[in-house]
Design a protein around this ligand. Structure first.
Ligand code: DOR
Length: 441
């Protein structure tokens, strides 16, 4: 594999503009961008006429379930769904079985990924009371995306519910710590009060706004106290966005939005999709959706992650609240964002900022962030004219259902290039999986 590719005829969309330009990738890095490029004879080429050429989309939050949950997804099926959705690199969460809580478990995931992942990949270490003081030693290991904290219980058994342990985690190491922010004490009280027969529609009242707000305030207090940078995953409330604005902690705090909170709203999503719209933190009503959409454009949302979290049909059929939380969206994020571009409330530059530059800034990805000479030669090629509904036939995840099925597309990825290698084109995988561990700077 040469990792050389000449992508010609397209409109290049980077952080600042969309313009006619060709891209030459050599040895997996961008060698030149522009017109009338000097292309070495014999270089493989891709005709992008009529298409948009974006820097490779990064999904900074996926759950691919391997090891221990391969009936739901594995690194092969998950990464195939990723590249089918235009994602060239992903960061995977530690709540597998066993959880990724030490170097051996991290190495195990990297070994499993080699030769089976179509996209580049990094894996988080999960924080616990047991490993809190060692995380600083381990967070710099190759392929490690950093440390993930669950402040509230969700899928799996990772949990740091108390401030004392959280402070130990924040004092161990220097990389930004990424956090699922829901207050576990309040969750325990509220789950204990659920009456039999409660409908999943109540999910966003059970895991209410106060559950998220309380936790996020505690987290920001500790970030200020320790000076450790934190990242709040899958932000779900207008109130937390206001807290970020009011507390104005600059680079100390960044946050992520998911397409689930941006494109679904309660109560309709629960009425239509039942437990398939159930995730943590929950999809809430339109007031929160509107605030999140505004925060994508005006801040403070730093990046978008799918929080791809597949479950089985048997699991989702369990009565609430036994039904597991999670929505499988790694493949649909970009398509949904393109509908927003078509509707006019997001731009291509917003997509590059939120799906490439944002994750790069938050997690310190090496050589990514924009389309520039010398950067990683991963590209996502989009056809703005793709139309028709998202259907189950398109979706490559093992997850049997996605609440975005039926949504009318207004553009979609048609080719995914990972470091100069075409890995997906026109609905089909190309070649053998050749994803590599993401490098961090
Ligand atoms: O809804 C969710 N599902 N939220 C999480 O925090 C975990 C995820 C999963 O792994 O299922």
């Amino acid at each position: 594999m040469t990792n050389d590719l000449f992508v010609h005829g397209g409109q290049v969309a980077d952080l600042t503009s969309t313009r006619r330009a060709d891209v030459l990738v050599t040895g997996g890095r961008i060698a030149a961008i522009g017109l009338d490029l000097n292309v070495p004879e014999g270089t493989a080429s891709l005709d992008a006429t009529g298409h948009w050429v974006l820097p490779g989309i990064v999904d900074p939050q996926v759950h691919f379930r391997e090891p221990g949950g391969e009936d739901k997804e594995d690194l092969e099926s998950g990464s195939t769904a990723a590249v089918a959705g235009g994602v060239t690199a992903f960061l995977e969460m530690p709540n597998t079985n066993p959880s990724t809580t030490d170097p051996a478990a991290l190495t195990d995931k990297l070994t499993r990924a080699a030769g089976r992942c179509r996209a580049d990949h990094g894996f988080f270490l999960g924080a616990s009371a047991e490993n809190a003081d060692q995380l600083g030693e381990w967070e710099g290991l190759p392929g490690c995306a950093g440390v993930k904290v669950f402040m509230g219980s969700s899928t799996g058994n990772l949990l740091v519910p108390d401030d004392a342990t959280l402070e130990r985690v924040l004092r161990s190491g220097t990389r930004r710590v990424t956090v699922h922010s829901e207050d576990d004490m309040r969750l325990k009280e509220r789950y204990a009060a659920i009456q039999p027969g409660t409908h999943v529609r109540e999910h966003h009242h059970v895991r209410d706004v106060e559950t998220a707000v309380r936790s996020t305030n505690r987290l920001l207090d500790l970030a200020e106290k320790t000076g450790r940078k934190v990242h709040v995953l899958h932000i779900s409330t207008a109130e937390e966005l206001d807290i970020f604005r009011e507390r104005d902690l600059g680079e100390l705090v960044t946050c992520e939005a998911t397409p689930n909170h941006l494109f679904l709203a309660a109560p309709e999503c629960y009425d239509v999709h039942g437990a398939w719209a159930q995730m943590n933190p929950p999809v809430r009503d339109k007031r929160h959706q509107d605030a999140l959409r505004q925060a994508l454009v005006e801040g403070p949302v730093t990046c978008i992650g799918s929080d791809h979290a597949p479950h089985t049909a048997e699991g989702k059929a369990l009565p609430f609240p036994q039904s597991p939380s999670g929505i499988a969206g790694v493949q649909t994020t970009l398509t949904l964002l393109l509908t927003a571009v078509n509707e006019g409330w997001l731009t291509l530059q917003d997509i590059v900022r939120l799906c490439v530059a944002g994750p790069t800034r938050v997690y310190g990805l090496e050589g990514r962030g924009d389309l520039t000479v010398g950067s990683v030669g991963s590209l996502t090629v989009v056809d703005p004219e793709v139309r028709g509904p998202i259907t189950a036939a398109h979706l490559k995840s093992r997850c049997p259902r996605n609440p975005f099925e039926g949504v009318e597309r207004a553009g979609g990825p048609v080719a995914t290039i990972v470091r100069g290698t075409l890995t997906w084109q026109n609905g089909e995988p190309v070649g053998t999986p050749s994803g590599e561990p993401v490098r961090f700077s």
